[in-house]
Design a protein around this ligand. Sequence first.
Ligand code: C2E
Ligand code: MG
Ligand code: MG
Ligand code: MG
Length: 287
Amino acid sequence: ASKAEGQNRLHIFEPGLLLVRRLRSQLVDDLRAAIKGQGLVLHYQPVVELATGRIEGVEALIRWNHPSRGLIMPDEFIPLAEEAGLISELGFWVLNTAVGQLRDWISDSVVDSRFSVRINISPTDLQSLQFIEDVRAVLTETGVRPEQVVLELTEMAIVKGNDLDRYSLGGLRGLGVGIEIDDFGTGYSSISYLRKLPVDRVKVDRSLIVGLGTDPTQPALVAAVLQLVRACGLEAVWEGVETAVQADHLRNLGCLSAQGYFFSRPLPAEQIPALVAAQSSAGNTRQ
Ligand code: C2E
Ligand code: MG
Ligand code: MG
Ligand code: MG
């Protein structure tokens, strides 16, 4: 009986798999066209100084404006780009678009010289020496100060990386850009590498703060993580802040910077100037 079922199942699944494969290869074609054309867009989410509400910078987050499927989120197409060998092209586009946007905001006096743009880097970018040259080139072309560009790398990319990755990290750091470990605390952390790596900051994953305000043990955990990060000579940014209660807890625990829907969702570039203007006057009057 089980054998018959198994054969049955095969018959049911085969057309399905073909369909999935065809859809996938269509999607890959669409993505290739989007990278070359006008199909990708960056949204920008503010990173806020907790003490004042001042917007310190933004994180660039990619979206794909698909002609028939609408806006597609990165978790759905970044893996596809990786598998299809399109991730380097995508990363190049993100780098140049985000730093170009920063240059425009600087020359329009929307932001000052302390303002930074954070850019998510794929493990593939980290493994490529070409990427270092691309970063160097965009800094030269735009004249943006390297300290105003922060590259975000996931823990996994770094921990699973080889010696070449460490070399690349050092090369990137040598250009003067900031390096931040993204999604910190999601399972690959090792205290020894935190101390050794040439990084400036960690961005703590939202899973570490979801319980703030509901779980009474959570503040102590956040305090411990902050202490650990600082003991390694680094600073922490807290991501995924959705409520005033979470923001208050983080501020009271001595955390400096945070990001999340409570402060602002990721927004199209056009909406950033008004927000920065409003928050910088707020930052001046508060406290
Ligand atoms: P990430 O770098 O950890 O980005 C944070 C994600 O959390 C973003 O999702 C952001 O929209 C979301 N988020 C922000 N605040 C909140 C909040 O308060 N609550 C909740 N629940 N979520 C919040 P998004 O934009 O869908 O990006 C997902 C991931 O895709 C990013 O995680 C990053 O790993 C990757 N990604 C995004 N843009 C790029 C890119 O340009 N290049 C590469 N290689 N990866 C990217
Ligand atoms: Mg990130
Ligand atoms: Mg993250
Ligand atoms: Mg993430």
